[in-house]
Design a protein around this ligand. Structure first.
Ligand SMILES: O=C(O)CCC(=O)C(=O)O
Ligand SMILES: [Fe+2]
Length: 270
């Protein structure tokens, strides 16, 4: 990360990176997503299912999406934040429309005092073991709705008082509390958060446009949750992943550095 990115990520708990995707990367990803949206359930690639507002394992639909797990802009940041021990463990595609009328309440991995999720700094190096990259394929404008974050909350030591930020949870027109920020990425931008950051989602207001983005989640390679050391992806998804993506999704000990991590630029072998 540049010194400026490092300062801002530590201060706020997230980064909004503009124009990360080239026009070609963006165009290819958008075309893949449009195909998924138009597909009938039987036409979806094996291991991808449509549910709620998205496609589970949507990242594996096409190399144009899979390659984003190792994008040259985000890859060095993922390595740095995990102290060079990253593991990719989930990749869903979201198509958020005005039809979903309830907001996603504020939440974060810090709440409930979960020891397994961390954010900290030692020797000027930021460490966090729960990272989310949101790759955007459509534009978000102020007033549209979408992602809201509470900057700085990844370091908060207190429980968030209930109803502080949304005293009228059912009023979609209530003004946003001044401590909250509605992030408004444009197609081709990326938002990186530590899941320790308090965040939520406002109802999507435009009726003529949706919000399309990929959620790529990274942990440390030795992180264990309730799933233990099981594979993150079903066999039919694993089968079509490139060796580099499989290596990124592999568990590892706290001591080893994956060969993949030693590379600055990774191109998927197709
Ligand atoms: O819809 C969004 O922008 C955020 C979804 C979310 O909270 C998450 O993926 O952790
Ligand atoms: Fe979340």
């Amino acid at each position: 990360m540049t010194p400026k990115q490092k300062y801002l990520f530590d201060l706020r708990g997230y980064l909004h990176l503009e124009n990360v995707l080239t026009p070609q990367e963006l165009g290819n990803a958008q075309a893949t997503i449009e195909q998924l949206v138009q597909a009938s359930p039987e036409e979806l690639p094996p291991g991808i299912s449509r549910g709620g507002e998205g496609f589970s394992n949507g990242f594996s639909a096409d190399k144009s999406l899979e390659a984003l797990t190792l994008h040259p802009t985000t890859w060095p940041i993922i390595k740095e934040l995990t102290w060079h021990k990253p593991r990719f463990n989930r990749g869903s595609l979201v198509v958020n429309t005005h039809e979903r009328q309830e907001m996603t309440p504020l939440h974060c991995a810090r709440e409930g005092f979960r020891w397994t999720r961390r954010y900290g700094v030692r020797n000027s190096q930021i460490f966090t073991n729960d990272i989310v990259c949101f790759f955007y394929f459509t534009d978000v404008y102020p007033g549209d709705g979408g992602l809201i974050v509470l900057p700085g909350s990844h370091k908060s030591e207190f429980e968030r008082p209930e109803n502080l930020f949304f005293p009228e949870p059912d009023n979609p027109d209530a003004s946003l509390h001044p401590a909250l920020v509605n992030v408004t990425p444009k197609a081709g931008d990326v938002v990186i958060i530590t899941e320790m950051l308090t965040h939520g989602v406002l109802v999507w207001k435009p009726k003529d446009r949706d919000r399309r983005f990929l959620i790529l989640r990274y942990k440390t390679q030795f992180f264990q949750d309730e799933r233990g050391l099981r594979e993150s992806f079903p066999p039919e998804v694993m089968d079509r992943l490139s060796p580099e993506t499989k290596a990124l999704a592999a568990h590892g000990s706290e001591w080893e550095i994956k060969d993949l991590v030693k590379q600055d630029n990774v191109t998927l072998t197709v």
